[in-house]
Write a protein that binds this ligand. Sequence first.
Ligand SMILES: O=C(O)CCC(=O)C(=O)O
Length: 228
Amino acid sequence: MSALIPRPRLRVAPGAVHVPGWLTLDEQRELVVACRAWAMGPVPIRHTRLPRGGVMSVRTVCIGWHWQPYRYTRTADDVNGARVAPFPDWMVELGRRALVAAYEDPAAGDGYTPDTALINFYDGDARLGMHQDKDERSDAPVVSLTIGDTCVFRFGNTENRNRPYTDLELASGDLFVFGGPSRFAYHAVPKVHPGTGDPATGLASGRLNITMRVTGLDDGSRGRAPRA
Ligand SMILES: O=C(O)CCC(=O)C(=O)O
């Protein structure tokens, strides 16, 4: 008989915390249903085109605000011009609960109001290179949720794409939060392990990742703006 090896909660760097198995199976199922609907529209999930002509291997759909390199807009001008689906209140609540769990502080979620989420789908070959999440005007934490296949998640430093970095595995139901001194750390997904997810989540294959963020934008704002 095989025993499940418990995976401990890990503070990877100041402000960066991995909480394994945070989402229940029911929560994962509900998120899969919601993400599947968002992937259909009003803006369909797509491979993001990069300014130099490359195409990302990950497929992405956004809610709240649409991200394209390297700005947020309400309408998906690089896809079909439609306004993205609104960011639901239940997801704001989920984001707040995530901060409480990650920082083990009942007040950690107070005032946290994420207004965008990038929903990434990785098939077995998809990867994401080292990058910073820096198109937001806010330094509020990023809340990242994994459903489906396990991946290698590389969490680096705030200076450059190189070492030092830590490689860890994010499995279905895991939460990863990066805020505070780690908010602008470089990070990447160099590998997904196909076939490691549990189809009971509703995801037969691949990896779903949801990153909630605070853009710091309002409807009067467009494009990249310097952080305060
Ligand atoms: O898939 C992940 O775990 C990371 C996603 C990410 O880095 C991003 O959307 O910017």
